[in-house]
Design a protein around this ligand. Structure first.
Ligand SMILES: Nc1ncnc2c1ncn2[C@@H]1O[C@H](COP(=O)(O)OP(=O)(O)OP(=O)(O)O)[C@@H](O)[C@H]1O
Length: 567
């Protein structure tokens, strides 16, 4: 919760302006109590000469009240707009700064739920309520001070019952904290479930599992509504307690006031002032109990957001890498996804600038894992990965991903034009984009579309084939002038001829370091690589040029033989 206060006080000026406006509003309302009492006494004592001044004072107060309410509304809406906006964009950028492993620990539905559902709960239960509590406190203190000057006995009576009315509901608030957190978790679940289910729409239709999916959704929806109901019941119990105590206080003050008036110790007007002031003591106590409990109830949600805000993944980044100059050295590299088995076992390799490398091996041998570590997807490895002698972990993210690009099998597409998907919203001219399209084998596609490079790709590129998406991904890296390109089965969706042409054109770029993970063992392509790295069970078991590996008649030879019957 500590970090969260920084957000609450981020717009200090607006925060304190709001406190001033609510204080003025509270004072104006109390002034009305006195005016009411004075009016009654003026008539009771027939003091007609005081009539005009009291009417003028009343009109002035009405105007002040209107202006204060208006200013208060403006200040409050600006405070909420700025704070929620700042908080949401900050959480979003913190999520964006997470490294890939940390990000993938949670379903993206959780992040969506935090950004929308949890922030709405915080706005309603925390930001709005803080001011209401402060306003109640101000009304309470001022009224109590005036009341004390009139009758200390009544103040003692209020203090006793007010304390009881505070302590008992407070004890129930712990349960409410837990239930509110359950509610937030269930909202997260339903957001994740809905997102997953809509993403799998084609599978649901194709396998006729609509009824089962309905049940999954219904269960999530039930859980959300059930936890919401529990919160509402607990809040009703708390409200019930505070209402009972406030009614007790109100009636007690009425009886005590009547008794003092009966004894002739106070006038009728003062009795009315006492009753009015007591409503400004009882009301705030009653409201504050429920508001404070609501504020407390969001503490676990706030802790969850605090966790995201305190992510320190970029803390160790301190080295710049303006341009990749020399090599990537991998030394004694070991890595496991889980304790049971190693995905990489003592890998040692040196990738030199501008050379071309193919990584081959059977499924599950660790090829993708190795290149994911080069891309810094995971940090919990042992051994070293050094780029130009600099520890990979310590290189600034911006510099790292300016130098290295990776293209994977599944290419993400923004729901935008082909052009924007290639230049990724940077400033490249249409001519540059068209030139890259030529180099990436996209010319035929572009010329067949009425809007050319401005044609929309659809949601996640659903208007394009797998091969077309892969070519767009390659164009993305080429336009970025990346020094080091890693392809992970990136040409798998292309037919052999297109894959061959594309890979050949990449192999012919002299100032490009290329690392390609491939299953396609095609001699005409493989002979162009400077080194073929052969992996098995997380280890590099053979390496060398194509002809040397064939002559070796080892593991690579048998893999190649399996795919190409005649060697
Ligand atoms: N996210 C993950 N969590 C746990 N285990 C994983 C994860 N990703 C991969 N593995 C395991 O690590 C091992 C190496 O996987 P990796 O993806 O690197 O193999 P690969 O050689 O690229 O396989 P393929 O050619 O099928 O893509 C496999 O046994 C795989 O099951």
């Amino acid at each position: 919760m500590k970090k969260f206060w920084n957000y609450i006080f981020k717009y200090k000026l607006l925060f304190f302006a709001r406190i001033i406006t609510i204080s003025l509003a509270a004072l104006s309302v109390i002034a009305f109590d006195f005016i009411m009492g004075f009016i009654v006494d003026i008539f009771a004592n027939a003091e007609i000469h005081k009539f005009v001044p009291i009417i003028i004072a009343s009109i002035a107060l009405i105007i002040i009240l209107f202006i204060t309410e208006y200013i208060d509304g403006c200040v409050m809406s600006s405070y909420i707009k700025n704070t929620v906006n700042y908080l949401r964009t900050d959480i979003f950028s913190k999520i964006l700064n997470k490294d890939i492993k940390d990000f993938s620990l949670d379903n993206s539905g959780k992040y969506i739920s935090i950004l929308y559902n949890d922030l709405k709960i915080i706005e309603d239960s925390l930001l709005n309520n803080i001011f209401q509590v402060i306003s109640s406190f101000i009304s309470f203190t001022i009224s109590l001070a005036f009341l004390f000057s009139i009758s200390p006995t009544i103040v003692i009576f209020i203090a006793i019952f007010g304390t009881l009315g505070f302590v008992i509901p407070n004890a129930l608030s712990k349960k409410l904290v837990i239930e509110k957190n359950n509610f937030s978790n269930n909202l997260e679940d339903i957001t994740s479930v809905t997102k997953d289910l809509f993403s799998g729409f084609e599978v649901i239709k194709g396998f006729n599992i609509g009824h089962r999916i309905n049940t999954i959704f219904k269960n999530s929806s039930n859980a959300v509504e059930f936890s919401k109901k529990k919160c509402s019941i607990l809040e009703a119990i708390i409200r019930g307690f505070s209402l009972s105590f406030s009614v007790t206080i109100y009636l007690g003050v009425l009886i005590l006031g009547g008794y003092l008036m009966n004894k002739g110790e106070i006038s009728v007007g003062t009795a009315i002032i006492i009753i009015q002031l007591s409503t400004h003591i009882v009301g705030p106590v009653k409201i504050s109990i429920s508001l404070i409990n609501q504020i407390k109830s969001v503490s676990l949600i706030v802790d969850k957001i605090d966790d995201i805000l305190s992510d320190s993944s970029s803390d160790i980044e301190e080295l710049s890498l303006k341009k990749f100059e020399k090599n990537i050295e991998v030394k004694n590299l070991n890595f496991s996804y889980s304790d049971e088995r190693k995905a990489l076992n003592n890998i040692n390799i040196n990738f030199e600038k501008n050379k071309k490398y193919a990584i081959v091996g059977e499924s599950g041998s660790g090829k993708s894992t190795l290149i994911k570590l080069l891309m810094r997807y995971y940090k919990n490895y042992t051994g070293d990965i050094l780029i130009d002698n600099k520890d990979l972990q310590k290189i600034f993210s911006y510099d790292l991903y300016k130098n290295i690009s990776m293209i994977q099998q599944n290419v993400f597409m923004f729901d935008d034009s082909i052009k924007e998907n290639i230049k990724l919203y940077s400033d490249y001219s249409d001519e540059e984009v068209l030139e890259i399209c030529n180099r990436s084998g996209l010319s035929n596609l572009i010329s067949s579309l009425p809007n050319g490079i401005n044609s929309s790709v659809g949601e996640n590129g659903n208007k394009l084939s797998g091969g077309e998406k892969q070519r767009i991904a390659i164009a993305r890296s080429l336009i970025n002038n990346t020094n080091l390109l890693i392809l992970d089965e990136s040409t798998s969706a292309l037919d052999n001829e297109t894959a061959y042409n594309l890979e050949s054109s990449l192999l012919s770029i002299n100032d490009l370091t290329l690392i390609v993970v491939t299953h396609k063992l095609i001699k005409n392509i493989l002979v162009s690589y400077d080194e073929i790295i052969v992996m098995k069970d997380g280890m590099i078991i053979e390496r060398g040029k194509f002809d040397d590996l064939i002559d070796l008649k080892g593991y690579f030879y048998s893999l190649y033989y399996l795919q190409n019957e005649k060697v």
